[in-house]
Design a binder for this molecule. Structure first.
Ligand SMILES: [Zn+2]
Length: 120
């Protein structure tokens, strides 16, 4: 997904759409058969012909998965402490997802990820 693309609904510049945070729906998103939601306005965003745009009517709306995001953060957000909580509160692309999940949901996903990795 191209970074720094504007949301077709709220027109905010989204630094990173984090398609890797979806579970198996990633492929259907790229094929334009599912819509993702904007982290800021939560309205459906489509992806067609390599570009972000309005979601075609009737496409199912996918939601990013906190567990998947926490797993990503454990290896990709090292400077933010390797946690989803750290990433979504640090300045940069992550802060746009600060209110995407409830704080308990983020905390639980981080805890599950730490347990999986055998970290304290
Ligand atoms: Zn938006």
């Amino acid at each position: 997904m191209p970074p720094n693309e504007r949301c077709p609904n709220c027109h905010a510049l989204v630094a990173d759409w984090h398609v890797e945070w979806y579970k198996t729906e990633g492929l259907t998103l790229y094929q334009g058969r599912a819509a993702m939601d904007c982290p800021l306005c939560r309205r459906p965003v489509g992806f067609q012909g390599g570009r972000i745009g309005p979601a075609p009517a009737g496409t199912p709306l996918m939601r990013q998965n906190a567990e998947q995001a926490a797993q990503w953060a454990s290896s990709q957000a090292i400077s933010a402490g390797g946690s989803l909580q750290g990433y979504t509160t640090a300045a940069g692309a992550g802060i746009q997802y600060a209110s995407y999940w409830a704080p308990q949901e983020v905390g639980q996903a981080d805890a599950n990820q730490r347990a999986k990795l055998g970290r304290p």
